[in-house]
Design a protein around this ligand. Structure first.
Ligand code: SF4
Length: 353
């Protein structure tokens, strides 16, 4: 007698059938029926955090061409990795990427662990990334929940509790939906469904393999889900950046501390970034070198995850012989320095006031 399929199996196979026809071709993805390279999955997932697929493609290709195996990335100097990461933001992620490559190369013999809990112990690998690698690279029954999957699940199950509190219920529902077989394809299918069909605005429910099962579609409020709690506005911080030239036109750069925002990156030295604006007299006491006079060049604005920053750029000259902390570099050679986007804005402002 033929066994009838459970609703969970039926739902999973409807989505997997859709995926077989509509899956996106992505450089880090294995061809149908093939096992993905764990190094590629890990690298792409770290790059994709907070960045779009379109942006990541060229970075991914560049990294894999330059460092074809995780051991190659582990052996690269950190500065090279930070430099190649420029434009992807969140440099703490690049530092952890390098640390993680080293951990895999030295502690795991160059092979990523297959178990979610062991992946979670690697530097820079959080619950989402561990689940994504376990599912996509090793077909473990793990349930990664990224923004796309969050949206699909919240709508399918009509989970109305606003984010971030609603994440727990969404995660539990995603685990419930995940089939024991082909968990990696299932996760990627949900990602693709969210990216192409179950879009934030105007979801194409008529093309969706879960049209009949979807609670939000039936209720007619899919676009309202997932709901988000009202955000508190970001504070604005203030600082002064010191563009200091020596007699030959070289500029003082300094490396930021390893820990903290933009850690390990190069910077045009600046004061602390604080809630109150700085007066120039007060700020000059925090310059890395005294200058005969400081001239205000202009302002740079930048937004980080948790605050807006306004940096006043001032220019001065100093004697390069007296430097203790920093390095003198001609602006023509800035291309070889790991300068984050904020500092590139400062450079542009100083060179083209
Ligand atoms: Fe999203 Fe519509 Fe599919 Fe529901 S039916 S999962 S809202 S695309």
């Amino acid at each position: 007698m033929a066994m009838s399929r459970s609703p969970q199996d039926a739902r999973a196979s409807a989505l997997l059938d859709w995926y077989a026809r509509h899956r996106r071709v992505l450089p880090w993805r294995a061809l149908p029926g093939r096992r993905a390279d764990p190094y590629h999955v890990w690298l792409s997932e770290i790059m994709l955090q907070q960045t779009t697929v379109a942006t990541v493609k060229s970075y991914f290709d560049h990294f894999v061409a330059r460092w074809p195996r995780v051991q190659d990335l582990a052996a690269a100097p950190l500065d090279d990795v930070l430099h190649a990461w420029q434009g992807l933001g969140y440099y703490a992620r690049a530092r952890n990427l390098h640390k993680c490559a080293r951990a895999v190369a030295t502690d795991h013999g160059g092979r990523f662990p297959e178990i979610e809990a062991e992946l979670l112990a690697l530097p820079g690998v959080g619950p989402y990334t561990a689940a994504a690698i376990a599912a996509i690279a090793f077909d473990q029954p793990a349930s990664p929940v990224d923004g796309n999957i969050e949206r699909v699940v919240a709508r399918l199950r009509h989970i109305a509790e606003p984010l971030p509190a609603g994440k727990k219920a969404i995660q539990a529902a995603a685990r419930n939906l995940t089939p024991r077989a082909r968990a990696g394809d299932f996760a990627q299918a949900m990602m693709d469904l969210g990216a192409m069909v179950c879009t934030p605005r105007a979801p194409k429910c008529g093309l969706c393999p879960w049209h009949d099962a979807c609670a939000a579609r039936a209720a007619g409020d899919a676009e309202d889900l997932p709901a988000r709690a009202a955000r508190t506005p970001k504070p604005t911080r203030h600082g002064v950046a010191f563009w200091i030239e020596d007699a030959t036109g070289r500029v003082l750069l300094r490396r930021r501390p390893e820990r903290g925002l933009l850690g390990g990156m190069m910077e045009i030295p600046s004061t602390d970034w604080r809630d109150d604006p700085w007066g120039l007299d007060e700020a000059s006491g925090h310059a890395p070198l005294p200058a005969a006079a400081w001239a205000e060049v202009g302002e740079v604005r930048h937004t980080f995850t948790h605050f807006h920053l306004r940096l006043t750029v001032v220019r001065g000259t100093a004697d390069s012989g007296s430097v203790v902390d920093g390095t003198w570099v001609h602006p023509d050679a800035f291309g070889g320095q790991a300068l984050p986007t904020l500092m590139k804005k400062v450079v542009r402002r100083a060179l083209v006031p």
